[in-house]
Design a protein around this ligand. Structure first.
Ligand code: ZN
Length: 170
């Protein structure tokens, strides 16, 4: 099973619409993003309840279970990075290799019910954190030089979740 490492830099999605899932960051003001995540939780639960949740469409595409486990970990990561930006001035984020994480945690062998619960818990924690933000312009950096505000990181993260929901036809 060969999954291509995702080395693409997705920050362009903050500047122009995504041709694959039609997400347009300009249409998603940060103040509304927590509610958008919450609206997605029942759709992820549906996806994870499907009998074919473990099936990969082809050898280079994740199963719905693997995408869901990834989104759960995205929620954890984005909450951590947002907390860091709230607590520190211009922090440098730790690198995150999403493909290594997927291999090490063996997403495909996880329990779909448990992933559903964990995804909603992690997503709600991130949404609650966004609810608490007063200054959306606080900044942080990735080691590759990409710079985010809490607002653009929230838009970036929402695209990731929306894009994967479209990947799994959720
Ligand atoms: Zn997209």
């Amino acid at each position: 099973m060969a999954i291509e490492p995702d080395t693409k830099d997705w920050t362009w999605v903050l500047r122009r619409p995504c041709a694959e899932c039609s997400f347009d960051a300009a249409q998603h003001p940060p103040e509304g993003i927590a509610a958008e995540h919450r609206a997605g939780f029942p759709r992820w639960r549906n996806v994870l309840g499907r009998p074919e949740v473990r099936d990969r469409p082809d050898e280079s595409t994740w199963s719905a279970l693997e995408y869901s486990a990834h989104v759960r970990d995205v929620y954890v990561l984005f909450a951590e990075r947002t907390e860091l930006m709230l607590a520190q001035e211009d922090p440098l984020f730790d690198d995150w290799d999403q493909d290594r994480t997927a291999r090490e945690k063996n997403y495909g062998a996880e329990n779909p019910d448990r992933v559903a619960t964990q995804l909603v818990v992690a997503g709600e924690a991130y949404a609650a954190l966004l609810d608490s933000v007063e200054d959306w312009e606080r900044v942080g950096r990735r080691s590759n030089g990409s710079r985010f505000t809490i607002a653009t990181l929230a838009q970036y993260g929402l695209h990731d979740v929306v894009h994967h929901l479209s990947d799994v036809h959720g």
